[in-house]
Design a protein around this ligand. Structure first.
Ligand code: C2E
Ligand code: SIN
Ligand code: SIN
Ligand code: FE
Ligand code: FE
Length: 739
């Protein structure tokens, strides 16, 4: 869409119009010049016509003189009365045009013969043509008058007729009317609106063509044209006629007789007619100027579009788009040597420079962004490795640690799925250890022989194997991973710890994937961590296995000991085992933690360990003990403490051997602890021990029946025993089936 460029267009059009000023000026000048010439020419024409009229009038006078001279010789006219004089005169009048009448007067001026019939007596003695002819004895010209016979405005001419004695006896005259003027005017081929006027010296209109009737007799000596005409000379003038029409006049005096002019003639050509051609030329020129001017304006408009506005519009549009940040925009104008070409070169190179600057800026930003991303990635990698480290050091559960490793693999390496295959040393097979991102379960069940497939090759070659197109990989045995999981690419890295292969880390991608060196490096770092985790776990498992073996050996030994102790006590056969079982059951019923059971059990087994140092005389005495004997007997918990405390493995089990004779009310031994000062294990054990002791034969007394023993336990709650333990114990003994 092109902009309107209103102001620019107006300026351009004004310039085009200015170019037409000389043409208009020339037209007007031509018009003025033509007009001047036409005016002068018309004036000349008018003057010339006036001369022609005068000449023709003077010829008429000469003719009239010769006619009158001829008539004066006719004898018939000397004796006119009663003769055919009027007939002769009429014949003569008919012969010539323009004569209104021809007549003969006697010396007294009485009309004695006339071509036209007369009405009564007519005297012309007062007429100048008459008395001049009489006085001069020669041809005489009269003045404008209205004839007494004709009743018309005429100019009359008189000629004396001499009698036998040579004296003037009569005067013959001719009345010339001014109809000749009409004929002259009609023949002169005057432009329409022209006028021919005859004036007398008073300025009275004697004849006028055209419209003679309307004007003849009117007298306006003051009117400029009248004044000029009757001034006496000949000349031209531009003036308004008495009818108001502007005309160009030529005027001359008419010689009407000797002794000065009496008549004046003017020919007026209408100015409009004179200027008709000039005006027509002006109109034609003006039309031409208008047409060419309009064409030029149209050309300027169209040419302006093509040569100016189109390029300007393109430049403006391009500049606006550039301003909006479209740096790829170019003017699209040809790079020629014209102004627009140079402007386009400048604009385009400016846009190109801007674009190149922008590109550089973007590249710099991109580099900066990549650098920042790389730094962030490094940080995340470090954090990932820390997370793995923490998992390795914080947990001995291999599955947990591998889960953490795989989380980092999937997260940081953007893997779609990953797993760790472990080595089964017995079958020499790789089996699934842990995985992430798998849709199905087939990966779990599948086992691979070492050396089989790509994972096997990674183990044998001790290097990462990359498969970029699993679908086309002939050696990939686990086709189901392609078909079910949609994997496209895979990376298998051997897990090597202390030089030993402990497994394979596998990465799967569902889309084509091109790893970077950084990616591969981090993969191998994580693989190293996974290998350490696996190695640690195996180490721990071995250790744990050794520990379990050792513990089993210990406990077996302890049981042997306790059986030996029981045997020494003679009648307490099976007591320790029963008490131990009961103690564990009670402890569980009391809600003690499972980890404490091993110590509880060991403590129970060894509770009377101290009796080892009690002499048989006291231990096996069939009756009650003396005070001294009691004093020794009461040392057996302390002896147990002394015997067992150096053995670190048994230290957590010491509570029962040391405190099993403490009482709830504080009256027990060896330390006289009370209530909750007594370790829970010892409080639980005490109930089990006394119960079993009472129900057993002792060297010093036979076994008590159940009811009595139960009553005793019940009665000792809050004294000897922790009431809560007693309650739990009683509940257990009274409802043994539920236990
Ligand atoms: P033990 O025989 O294993 O008895 C353990 C505990 O069961 C006794 O701790 C006591 O609290 C309870 N007990 C056992 N028999 C009876 C009984 O007949 N009546 C009552 N009320 N409680 C009984 P105690 O009393 O501290 O005795 C510790 C150990 O001293 C006994 O172990 C036993 O080896 C020895 N002993 C205790 N009284 C006698 C006695 O009169 N003659 C001899 N030869 N030894 C005794
Ligand atoms: C326009 O036409 O839009 C302005 C051009 C000018 O003023 O030069
Ligand atoms: C005439 O012919 O009309 C008479 C002459 C005159 O009036 O002078
Ligand atoms: Fe004891
Ligand atoms: Fe006991």
């Amino acid at each position: 869409m092109m902009k309107p460029f209103i102001f620019l267009r107006i300026r351009l059009l004004v310039f085009v119009l200015l170019a037409f000023v000389p043409a208009i000026g020339l037209t007007l000048f031509t018009f003025a010049d033509q007009r001047h010439h036409a005016t002068e020419q018309a004036k000349d024409t008018a003057l010339q016509l006036a001369h022609t009229a005068t000449s023709s009038y003077e010829r008429l006078i000469l003719q009239t003189q010769s006619v009158l001279t001829g008539l004066a010789q006719l004898p018939a006219l000397r004796q006119p009365i009663g003769t055919d004089c009027p007939k002769i005169l009429r014949a003569r009048m008919d012969e010539f045009l323009y004569y209104a009448n021809i007549g003969v007067a006697d010396i007294d001026g009485n009309l004695i013969c006339s071509a036209l019939p007369t009405n009564g007596r007519v005297n012309i003695a007062d007429r100048p043509y008459f008395w001049r002819a009489v006085a001069s004895g020669d041809f005489a010209i009269g003045e404008y008058q209205v004839g007494r016979v004709t009743g018309k405005g005429t100019i009359n001419f008189g000629y004396p007729m001499l009698d036998a004695r040579g004296r003037v006896g009569q005067v013959v005259y001719a009345a010339l009317d001014l109809a000749w003027l009409n004929d002259f005017a009609a023949n002169a081929n005057l432009p329409p609106g022209s006028s021919v006027t005859v004036l007398d010296r008073k300025g009275t209109i004697l004849a006028r063509f055209p419209d003679s009737d309307a004007w003849v007799g009117k007298s306006e000596p003051e009117a400029p044209i009248v004044a000029a005409t009757i001034s006496g000379g000949e000349g031209t003038v531009e003036a308004a006629g008495l009818d108001g029409v502007a005309r160009l006049y030529g005027f001359v005096p008419l010689q009407t007789g000797r002794g000065g002019s009496a008549l004046f003639l003017s020919v007026g050509i209408p100015k409009a007619a004179a200027l008709q051609e000039a005006t027509r030329d002006l109109a034609r020129n003006a039309l031409a100027v208008t047409i060419f001017g309009t064409l030029a304006l149209l050309a300027a408009w169209a040419g302006g579009n093509h040569f100016v506005f189109e390029p300007v519009n393109r430049l403006i549009t391009a500049a606006e788009r550039l301003g909006r940040g479209e740096l790829s925009v170019r003017s699209g104008l040809p790079h020629d040597t014209g102004e627009f070409g140079r402007l386009a070169i400048t604009f385009d190179s400016m846009a190109a420079a801007l674009q190149s600057r922008q590109t550089q800026l973007e590249q710099a930003r991109e580099a900066e962004r990549q650098e920042r991303e790389r730094a962030e990635r490094q940080l995340r990698h470090t954090q990932a490795l820390r997370a793995v480290d923490q998992a390795i050091t914080g947990s001995l559960d291999l599955r947990l640690t591998l889960a953490v490793v795989l989380d980092q693999v999937v997260g940081e390496l953007h893997a779609d799925a990953a797993d760790v295959l472990l080595i089964d040393p017995h079958s020499q097979e790789l089996f699934y250890g842990a995985g992430r991102g798998f849709r199905g379960n087939t990966i779990i069940a599948h086992r691979l022989r070492l050396g089989e497939g790509y994972a096997g090759r990674a183990v044998l070659d001790r290097r990462t194997v990359s498969i970029h197109d699993l679908g086309a990989a002939a050696d990939f045995s686990r086709r189901h991973l392609v078909e079910e999981e949609g994997f496209v690419a895979a990376f298998m890295t051997p897990l090597v710890a202390k030089g030993q292969i402990v497994g394979v880390l596998e990465i799967f991608q569902r889309r084509p994937f091109q790893p970077t060196a950084e990616w591969l490096e981090f993969l191998e770092t994580l693989a190293g961590q996974a290998a350490i985790a696996i190695d640690n776990a195996e180490l721990f498992q071995r250790l744990q296995r050794a520990n379990v073996d050792l513990t089993l050996a210990y406990d077996t030994t302890l049981e042997g000991w306790s059986r030996a102790l029981d045997l020494r006590d003679k009648e307490t056969e099976g007591h320790t085992q029963r008490v131990t079982d009961l103690t564990v059951r009670l402890a569980r019923a009391m809600g003690l933690r499972e980890e404490e059971m091993a110590h509880l059990r060991r403590g129970a087994l060894l509770h009377d360990m101290g009796k080892m140092r009690i002499p048989d005389s006291i231990l096996l005495k069939p009756g009650p003990l003396t005070d001294d004997e009691w004093a020794i007997m009461k040392k057996h918990p302390a002896y147990a403490f002394e015997l067992l405390s150096p053995i670190a493995h048994l230290r957590p089990a010491l509570e029962i051997p040391y405190d099993h004779h403490e009482k709830w009310d504080g009256t027990g031994y060896p330390r006289g602890l009370r209530g909750e000062q007594i370790p829970m294990a010892a409080r639980i054990f005490a109930v089990a021990d006394v119960w079993d002791a009472l129900r057993s034969d002792r060297p010093y007394r036979p076994a008590w029946p159940q009811e009595r023993a139960l009553n005793y336990i019940r009665e000792q709650a809050g004294k000897h025993f922790d009431p809560v333990v007693v309650q739990v114990f009683l509940g257990m003994v009274e409802r043994p089936a539920q236990d």
